[in-house]
Write a protein that binds this ligand. Structure first.
Ligand code: 15L
Length: 274
């Protein structure tokens, strides 16, 4: 059955990078309802093209391969790159150089808007008893979080200098359901992910807007008030899973850095290592 779109607005061509990844596969099935042509890119196998899909494999660090991806594209959903912690050289290639190449392609081809999959790990060194807003200073928790902080700065620069708009989504934990106590705060359902991406694509004016990607969870570390102009209204909640999660994980070790900081285990790749 065709996916019912949440907005009547329609694009000619959308590009999804990282389309073979977890969120890429999820959005691949959903975003076709919003465009005539869905261009999909990844270094991993993308399978067979469905009607209306264009498969364009590319390594993000390969500028010559990335620039043409943006030709004829109205907007990009940039999910590509490494989605967890790695050594700095790997992150440098895929996430830092890769995101630069993507923005250069957007600028050269006059792409109007980028939806950038940033991450909550931009501010992962905030404590779990703090509530932070997208306007608060960044506190990256890893090489990965640093690369997303770079991506957000790149987005700001490409808006200020070249007029390329971006919504940076500081995605929490987007999985079918929350896996642990931390994710009761950070969980973003797939349906809410779609609501957020559609809001980011269709809000009339965004400049560079930063928003945390979370469902309507009762436990919340993030205050999205500065991004209300996006019109994002989450409709799912981690409360539906609380009893099961708490039964699986009844005790929290308050001395464990992963339980103290919003970034969870990502913070341990830093000063806590060894
Ligand atoms: C992320 O940014 C990762 O891509 C994802 O795999 C999760 O680990 C998520 O953050 C999280 O913080 O739970």
């Amino acid at each position: 059955m065709a996916h019912e779109p949440l907005s009547a607005l329609r694009f000619s061509r959308l590009l999804i990078t990282g389309a073979a990844g977890g969120l890429g596969r999820e959005l691949r099935g959903r975003m076709k309802a919003y465009c005539d042509h869905l261009r999909l890119s990844d270094i991993a196998d993308l399978g067979e093209a469905a009607p209306g899909e264009e498969l364009c494999p590319a390594a993000l660090q390969d500028r010559a391969a990335v620039l043409p991806l943006l030709a004829g594209v109205d907007a990009v959903i940039h999910l590509g790159g490494l989605s967890t912690e790695y050594d700095f050289d790997a992150i440098l290639q895929a996430n830092i150089l890769g995101t630069y190449n993507l923005y250069e392609g957007a600028r050269r081809h006059g792409v109007k808007r980028v939806v950038f999959a940033s991450s909550n790990h931009v501010s992962g060194f905030r404590r779990q008893n703090e509530v932070v807003s997208p306007l608060d200073p960044m506190r990256p928790d890893s090489h990965y979080g640093l690369s997303k902080a770079f991506g957000e700065n790149l987005a700001q620069f490409y808006w200020d200098r070249y007029g390329v708009e971006t919504v940076s989504l500081r995605i929490g934990s987007s999985f079918p359901e929350p896996r642990d106590r931390r994710m009761l705060a950070s969980w973003l359902s797939y349906d809410d992910l779609e609501r957020l991406v559609v809001a980011a694509l269709t809000a009339p004016i965004v400049g560079h807007t930063v928003v945390y990607g979370m469902s309507d969870n009762a436990t919340a570390w993030w205050d999205n008030t500065p991004a209300r102009h996006l019109g994002y209204r989450p409709q799912d909640s981690s409360e539906d899973f609380r009893a099961a999660v708490e039964a699986r994980q009844p005790v929290i070790d308050g001395r464990d850095a992963a339980a103290l900081y919003q970034g969870g285990g990502f913070v341990k790749h830093g000063p806590f290592e060894g």
